[in-house]
Ligand binder design. Structure first.
Ligand code: HEM
Length: 138
């Protein structure tokens, strides 16, 4: 198994565990509903999406009888996806005074862009792996 596949799967299950605890906190007390953004994004961009990245990188090229177009892009994607997600949820969770709001929102947007770039890297890598016609058809 490639290291980025393993890393995505490990990160995914860690986010599942962490975000489930936040879900339980929210169930226990409505004051914790302020963490709804954190919970939903750790679940969807963490657990669900990273599991799909990991399993997708492993099985989709094999289904098509190909090798992944760029391992370097997949490795970079792992770091961008994780730094972007963690940065987004931290920026969103820090209580803001009106003077801090602009800075935190800008910083949050930078992490959001990192997350979006990581998504685009996956889109590129999958399409560049799966779409081109084989040079020597079997
Ligand atoms: C231990 C498991 C889980 C618990 C205890 C839990 C609990 C909660 C709670 C209490 C809320 C807030 C509901 C409200 O607005 O009053 C919520 C929202 C949400 N949860 Fe979970 N959840 C769990 C698992 C999941 C999973 C597996 C996913 C997705 C893969 C997920 C996705 C979401 C989303 C997207 C929202 C936001 C919904 C909205 O904004 O209306 N949750 N969850």
């Amino acid at each position: 198994m490639d290291s980025y596949v393993k890393n995505f799967i490990i990160a995914s299950v860690v986010y599942l565990g962490l975000s489930s605890l936040i879900g339980i906190m929210m169930m226990a007390s409505p004051t914790h509903l302020t963490f709804k953004f954190v919970h939903s994004h750790l679940m969807l961009l963490g657990w669900v999406t990273m599991m799909i990245y990991g399993v997708g990188y492993h099985v989709l090229p094999r289904f098509a009888g190909r090798v992944i177009k760029s391992r370097k892009a997949a490795e970079a994607q792992f770091w961008l996806a994780n730094i972007g997600l963690i940065g987004m949820v931290i920026c969103y969770s820090i209580p803001m005074s009106s003077t801090q709001e602009g800075i935190l929102r800008m910083l949050g947007a930078v992490f959001g862009v990192m997350e979006a770039v990581s998504i685009m890297l996956f889109v590129y890598n999958m399409l560049a792996t799966l779409v081109p016609k084989p040079e020597h058809p079997a």
